[in-house]
Design a protein around this ligand. Structure first.
Ligand code: GZL
Length: 330
């Protein structure tokens, strides 16, 4: 009996080892064959905080798809730089062919980008910029001119005030900023600060809404409690604007374009969601500076250039406009 039992165990062990080995061997073969068959791209996306971010992710997925010859590995950083750095190190270990990085904030990338460069993996930065000592640490950047976006909004406000004969001294503006240290926040805030300096508007407060609807609503509610005089709100993205409108209406006030009748004028950025576009049509948002999330096609073009050993431009700005009511022209 005992010998038979030992024999059965030995046969099972041999089978298991063979499967395990073949299984692992198959796994290695699969990974290897993936690399042989597809261009493997590691994409460190900063989060899923806004409609814009989700549209940006979809654009990359649509361009770097298997039909185009790509194996795309996406890691969601949940708006934390530490998670993104961990993701990049994982991509390096996996020996991906390219890394695409949408950085949550501008600073703190030098070390991990040096590791990617030392591993011979090109890094394509999209959306927000990285502020690094050595610009050879990234191959190129694709994104928006955020100061220009901000200038389009403050220029619209300038025209609105003049058309409605509202004095600069009557403007009491609150700035619900984006994630502090993000290029979009830095650029959009810079444009507003310059306009406040130029026109003498009363800048009542600048508080981060972290580009989310929840935080935007919370910040707006607090500002309404502390500053009755606010009549213009500069929201650094649509989701904050939607939150601010909820807070304004819950406080029994009106988000609209009749500033002299006590309404609160909302200004915003992105224009990605249909909801936000409809709020402009309804007059609850005065204007939205478009921020184009569709970076996928340009990333695809850059990778194809690099594979053909061509050099893409270091900086590539996507095209953008304004979301206005139908009777207004850009
Ligand atoms: C802008 C992008 C910003 C969007 C927000 O390019 O970085 O981050 O304006 C998003 O909606 O959260």
């Amino acid at each position: 009996m005992k010998i038979r039992y030992i024999l059965i165990c030995m046969i099972c062990l041999l089978c298991f080892t063979a499967c395990g080995k073949n299984g692992k061997q198959e796994k290695d073969d699969t990974t290897q064959s993936n690399k042989d068959e597809y261009i493997v791209v590691g994409f460190s996306q900063l989060g899923a905080e806004s409609d814009w971010r989700n549209a940006n992710t979809e654009s990359i997925k649509k361009s770097l798809c298997r039909e185009n010859g790509f194996e795309l590995i996406i890691e969601d950083g949940q708006q934390k730089q530490a998670n993104q750095i961990m993701a990049i190190r994982t991509f390096i270990q996996k020996e991906v062919d390219f890394i695409v990085l949408a950085p949550v904030t501008e600073t703190g990338w030098d070390t991990v980008l040096r590791e990617a460069k030392d591993a011979g993996i090109p890094v394509i930065v999209i959306d927000r910029m990285v502020d690094v000592q050595d610009e050879s640490l990234f191959t190129c950047w694709i994104g928006s001119d955020f100061v220009s976006e901000g200038n389009r909004v403050v220029d619209w406000l300038r025209d609105y005030l003049d058309a409605n004969e509202i004095e600069d001294s009557q403007v009491h503006i609150a700035d619900i900023q984006g994630t502090l240290g993000a290029s979009a926040q830095i650029g959009r805030t810079k444009a507003l600060d310059a306009a406040v300096e130029q026109y003498g508007w009363d800048l009542v407060a600048q508080v981060s809404g972290d580009f989310t609807q929840t935080k935007g609503k919370e910040v707006m509610a607090n500002l309404l409690d502390e500053h009755e005089e606010i009549n213009v709100v500069y929201c650094e993205n649509d989701n904050e604007a939607r939150g601010a409108i909820l807070a304004i209406e819950e406080a029994g006030k009106v988000a609209g374009t009749n500033l002299l009748e006590g309404e609160i004028l909302i200004l915003a950025f992105d224009g990605v969601s249909r909801v936000a576009q409809d709020l402009v049509q309804e007059g609850k948002i005065g204007c939205i500076a478009e921020c184009n999330p569709n970076h996928g096609p340009r990333v695809l073009e850059v990778i194809r250039k690099l594979l053909a050993e061509e050099q893409p431009e270091k900086l590539f700005y996507v095209t953008e406009g304004m979301w206005l009511k139908p009777d207004e022209t850009q």
